[in-house]
Write a protein that binds this ligand. Structure first.
Ligand SMILES: NC(=O)c1ccc[n+]([C@@H]2O[C@H](COP(=O)([O-])OP(=O)(O)OC[C@H]3O[C@@H](n4cnc5c(N)ncnc54)[C@H](O)[C@@H]3O)[C@@H](O)[C@H]2O)c1
Length: 351
């Protein structure tokens, strides 16, 4: 039985809890949040006894029989709380991006190694069923060798989006606590991780990141265009745009993501993620003049979390490296930081 403590019981913690609650090999035994009411309501929903509710992560880490700590905190806290968890002898699963700088990421990797514990960077997009199916098709040679990847991220609004408290947005608009902007840095991790997943490490990036003032002091990093070069003459690009009056279907965040991967003999489209617009099937393959539509894939967004968490439970049980390892998470972070640097300097940056 994997005994799990969740530090940070904010918006996203609901989706992390699902698999721990349904998997017989794991149990949420403790929660921690500086917002006591929030910790208590999540504890009640997840069956955590009051003795397992804490306001300071040191109290949670002092539990002797805790195996794994899920860190679901604003980004500037990922590094210090991870170091404390390793010092207390726990495995760590930390949400993306793992840290604000490569120096912090290096310290986290070193602390994990010194404690002989696992450091996992939580990147659920890689476990979304249409993404895993797309990877299977690529591995089977359906599009030949991938040449380019093109990602479009379109945020809008939805009457059905889940409630995100203002406090959950506030820290994302402050580079000191977020590390960059909400769309290209925070959410961008998912998109750059997808590019890395399908095509490998990029070697050079160029970014133009716009500024949209939503209200005084709230600058959204959009519109933006980021382009990059992989080894062997392969390319990637991402466009980010916020359309305030664009209605998007979702039960979570009002944002549609589209991915197009072009290979030497075919093309793949992955449509939608936590939100979707238009009625496109979740996955389309084109090759040899024929279009194959995959409209029977499970598309519930929470499945990406269910599979990502199940993967970690399996990896810890079998002693396998998790996806993302700390080193893989550091590679994505290096890319994110290079894109931010490129936008600041107005020139291409080596990753
Ligand atoms: N994978 C995804 O799709 C996805 C989606 C949303 C968020 N996230 C990530 O999850 C993490 C949390 O995001 P969120 O949207 O849930 O944020 P949030 O602001 O809703 O939740 C953070 C929680 O941490 C608590 N907190 C702050 N400082 C604390 C401290 N020192 N000790 C204990 N608790 C503290 C806050 O009270 C809050 O409840 C971030 O890293 C974010 O990037 C990932």
């Amino acid at each position: 039985m994997l005994r799990v403590g969740i530090v940070g019981t904010g918006r996203i913690s609901d989706l992390h809890a699902i698999e721990y609650l349904q998997n017989k090999r794991a149990q949420i035994v403790a929660v921690c949040d500086t917002d006591r009411d929030r910790a208590e309501s999540r504890a009640a929903a997840w069956g955590v006894p009051s003795s397992g509710i804490f306001s300071h992560h040191h109290e949670l880490l002092a539990l002797p029989d805790l195996d794994l700590v899920e860190i679901l905190l604003p980004h500037h806290l990922h590094h210090p709380v991870s170091l404390d968890a390793f010092a207390a002898g726990k495995h760590v699963s930390v949400q993306k991006p793992m840290a604000l700088s490569l120096a912090q990421a290096n310290e986290m990797l070193a602390a994990a190694a010194a404690a002989s514990k696992v450091l996992r960077v939580y990147e659920n997009f890689l476990f979304y069923p249409p993404v895993t199916r797309a990877q299977e098709l690529i591995d089977a040679g359906e599009i030949g060798d991938p040449l380019t990847i093109r990602i479009k991220s379109n945020a809008g609004f939805s009457p059905n989006a889940w409630h995100v408290p203002l406090a959950s947005w506030a820290w994302r608009f402050d580079p000191e606590t977020c590390g960059g902007g909400p769309l290209v840095f925070d959410d961008g991790h998912h998109k750059f991780a997808l590019a890395w997943h399908f095509m490998g490490l990029a070697e050079e990036v160029h970014a133009w990141i716009g500024k949209m003032e939503l209200m005084p002091g709230r600058i959204l990093d959009t519109p933006a265009i980021v382009s990059w070069k992989f080894p062997d003459n392969r390319l990637g690009s991402m466009e980010v745009v916020y359309s305030p009056q664009l209605e998007i279907e979702t039960r979570h965040y009002a944002q549609d993501d589209r991915v197009e991967i072009t290979g030497t003999r075919g093309v793949l489209w992955i449509n939608g993620g936590h939100g979707r617009l238009a009625d496109a099937p979740p996955l389309i393959l084109y090759r040899d003049g024929k279009t194959r539509i995959f409209d029977d894939l499970p598309v519930a967004w929470e499945l990406s979390f269910v599979h990502a968490t199940r993967h970690l439970i399996d990896a810890l049980e079998n002693g396998d490296p998790p996806r993302l390892t700390g080193a893989e998470g550091r590679d994505i972070l290096r890319f994110l930081l290079a894109a931010q640097q490129s936008a600041r300097e107005g020139q291409a940056v080596t990753v």
